[in-house]
Design a protein around this ligand. Sequence first.
Ligand code: BT5
Length: 324
Amino acid sequence: NITVTHKLAKRLIEAEGEALSGQQLADEFGISRTAVWKHIKELEEMGYTIHSVKKKGYSLSGSPDSLQPAAVQALLKTRSLGREIEYVPTCASTQIIAHQLAQEGKPAGTVVLAEEQTAGRGRLARKWDSAAGKGIWMSVILRPAVVPQKAPQFTLVAAVAVVRAIEEVTGLKPEIKWPNDILIAGRKCTGILTELQSDADGIQALIIGIGLNANQDAADFPAELAGIATSLKMESGSGVSRQELVRAILYHLEVYTDLYISQGFGLLKTIWEGYSSTIGNQVRARMAKETLTGIAESITEDGVLQLRTPDGKLHSIYSADIEM
Ligand code: BT5
């Protein structure tokens, strides 16, 4: 039975290396000690390293980097984010699944996680490369009580959450490129895509898509992304735990969305600016109808970029691709 096996994995991960007795586990799950032993064998086949110590029980000393809900939810510190996880080995796009789930009424905090996307998407129908098992391809459903005009701010809130998570798990120093890119040493390791379901009553759901390159090597990216994309593994020189990263992202996303909802964007703006590679620099902003070059002076309380062109004029930029 797959669920008991995963519940057992969760229990062992949460024990953080402490031994759990066979009898205790048998009682907890309402099964026999022999059944516990069978599930332990199954976990070993899945790549878990479990020590079985006479009289003491089972302890976990190594686990595969699984994004199985039970494994992610073990040690998860959130109140609502990730309490429901839809996990799929492969899909076209986690955004599509999340939109469906949101329409079906799934609660705020529901998360979709895929090992692979065959049609991962960026803004403006651009493609998002999503190699199997190498990254975090995730969509989070939120249902904030804010007006639809505020939706773009959630991209900035999510960017802060992801940067904090990367710092915490890897020690790397990522930067945010307005509005939705996270870069390390000038190369993109994460893209964020915020989509909206709204009606006359306001926002029904926000779908925050996060694509994070975790364990790719340079050769895992298509040729057109060479020199543009990077992964945490390429930057840090060693593989990273996607499981830990997902937990950290969800935790920080919850903290910062709570902060945003209760206090507004003011404090977050200061934190965001601290991570920004855009503000204070000469940039080129490509928009649908025109391209402007100038100094990126600031972002407003609404997350709008303020660009000063050489003629002294200040332009409000709502959406653009920034080149530096
Ligand atoms: C983004 O768009 O950066 C948002 C990407 C969001 C992806 C997530 S994955 C989970 C969820 N499900 C989805 O289907 N999407 C979301 P944009 O700013 O438009 O940037 C897209 C551009 O980034 C592409 O045109 C490429 O140049 C580049 N790119 C594509 N794949 C990349 C990758 N894996 N790493 C770095 N850059 C990439």
